[in-house]
Design a protein around this ligand. Structure first.
Ligand SMILES: [Zn+2]
Ligand SMILES: [Zn+2]
Length: 136
């Protein structure tokens, strides 16, 4: 029996896709590019072989930005809501899927944090902070 596909979508719901496990990688990337492109402390990047990725809807709404001078760094985004969406990694047979877009549990868990030395100076690890289920 093949594993259940994992569905994903952008915040406005126009762009949807599905990923078929097994995933080939899952990691947090603290590099400057990922921090800027995500707006967060780090990206949560899932990698999946091209043949296990399929767009379900909204592909025509996607625009792309290939960072000049970068070998692989790209941002594909929904032109309706501005959110990042998955992209085919240049020169590789993989799609990069921002994990926050997933609507189901991908089962796999992040394996490591990369570009740790590039992490934001203000970054505090979650286990060092109090947690609230809603706004405190
Ligand atoms: Zn959207
Ligand atoms: Zn990165």
């Amino acid at each position: 029996m093949s594993p259940e596909p994992v569905m994903g979508s952008c915040p406005c719901g126009s762009v949807t896709f599905e990923v078929r496990p097994p995933l080939s990688g899952f990691r947090y990337c603290h590099c400057t590019r990922c921090r800027k492109a995500s707006g967060g402390a780090h990206a949560a990047n899932i990698f999946v072989p091209q043949g296990q990725f399929a767009w379900s809807a909204g592909e025509a709404l996607i625009n792309r930005f290939d960072l000049p001078g970068a070998k692989r760094f790209s941002v594909w985004f929904c032109t309706r809501c501005g959110s990042r969406v998955p992209h085919k990694v240049r020169e590789r047979d993989d799609y990069l899927v921002p994990a926050g877009l997933l609507d189901n549990d991908p089962v796999m868990r992040p394996e490591n944090s990369i570009f740790w030395g590039s992490r934001a100076g203000w970054y505090v690890e979650p286990q060092e902070m109090p947690k609230f289920t809603e706004y405190p």
